[in-house]
Design a protein around this ligand. Sequence first.
Ligand code: ZN
Length: 129
Amino acid sequence: MKKEIRFEQAAKAVAMTASGVGSRASFRLGSVLVHKNRIVSVGVNSYKTHPVLATRTQWPFLHAEQHAIIRQGLDNCEGLVLYVARVLKNNDLALAQPCNVCSDLIKEVGIKQIVYSIDDGGFEGYIVS
Ligand SMILES: [Zn+2]
């Protein structure tokens, strides 16, 4: 579907333009939350200890999915679709299936579908149940 491809590209673009990525990072992750064919939130992977987060949480390194969800608000994610793209240093796409921590969060906030990049440069996804 054309519309889905657009959001996948948006997730990739977010990852590619992610700021604050350390020079040692071997990849970048970008995430967008979509509601009725509109992007409502974006997130990027963070490898820096955010000074504010560091005072408030024991896990100051945000994953792109968590970043997008927190920006949207945990109570405002019901029924949304999450797109995640992992971009390597050479700008190729790689597997971006959410980790267990993110998967639990995604389920808990009521996101209905996940679409993530895979190693052959495409995307696949599943309905959250
Ligand atoms: Zn994660």
